[in-house]
Design a protein around this ligand. Structure first.
Ligand code: FES
Length: 103
């Protein structure tokens, strides 16, 4: 059964930016696109860069290490169709941001 974990308050991720969270042995990158939060696995599949610390333009985050770009809504790499970063479901309850992690 999936596990729900509280990450933060809804106001803790700035609009147009991202924030990194450590949840157990995972790094989760949460992005705020015009008030809607989206979560990706926070470790870049290229060489382990911190995606939450990348620049967010619209729905696209650019990894700060070597520039790979991902759509934060779908996880899709912007140049290579076969690369898709895992997305993670978020829920909002009473201004708390919860994430559901696969068990
Ligand atoms: S580690 Fe992200 S582009 Fe290289």
């Amino acid at each position: 059964m999936p596990e729900r974990v509280r990450l933060c308050n809804v106001n803790d991720v700035p609009s147009g930016g991202g924030r990194e969270f450590v949840v157990g042995d995972r790094i989760v990158a949460v992005f705020n696109v015009d008030g809607t939060l989206h979560a990706l696995d926070g470790i870049c599949p290229h060489a382990g860069g911190p995606l939450a610390k990348g620049c967010l333009t619209g729905t696209v985050v650019t990894c700060p290490w070597h520039g790979w770009q991902f759509d934060v809504v779908t996880g899709q790499h912007q140049l290579t169709p076969r690369i898709r970063q895992p997305t993670l479901p978020l829920m909002i309850e009473n201004d708390d941001v919860l994430i559901e992690l696969p068990s």
